[in-house]
Design a protein around this ligand. Structure first.
Ligand code: ZN
Length: 149
């Protein structure tokens, strides 16, 4: 038996899908929701703050803030092969928050990217077994992508 918990953080982030056949090739942004889904056993140590939890939600939040929010909030994510966009963004100067990634920044690819960033930080100090089960990215209220190994 296992339990799963979810916690999300939101960011305002720009991107474009350079080879999209419609409007997604334009520079635009989303209110992204980045949701970690963690699976595991409950902490059974008596009397500690985390007793009965898979992982303290505030600890998940801290990790999501450091690994996702503080990296991509109010930034523009651009594919390393998108020469036009990289050239345009470089005109703005070094202060602009540009995050260059080795993939086209679709919600699907961003879900795997986020999983890989967060996964090494999901571990317990209290003897219960936990893993990052999946990562979910909401691009719009009607559009989600999930990735899990
Ligand atoms: Zn988009």
């Amino acid at each position: 038996m296992t339990t799963r918990i979810r916690r999300w953080v939101e960011t305002d982030t720009g991107h474009r899908v350079p080879n999209h056949n419609s409007k997604c090739r334009n520079f635009h942004g989303h209110r992204y929701r980045w949701e970690a889904e963690i699976e595991g056993d409950l902490v059974s140590l008596k009397g500690i703050s985390e007793e009965g939890m898979v992982m303290d939600f505030s600890e998940v939040s801290r990790i999501l803030n450091e690994q996702i929010h503080d990296v991509v909030d109010h930034s523009f994510i651009v594919f390393e092969g998108d020469d036009e966009a990289i050239r345009a963004l470089s005109e703005i100067g070094d202060e602009h928050r540009t995050v260059i990634v080795p993939f086209v920044p679709t919600a699907e690819n961003l879900a795997k990217w986020a999983f890989d960033r967060v996964d090494p930080h999901i571990k317990s100090s209290y003897g219960n077994s936990i893993t990052l089960h999946a990562f979910h990215v909401r691009e719009t209220p009607k559009s989600w992508a999930s990735w899990r190994p």
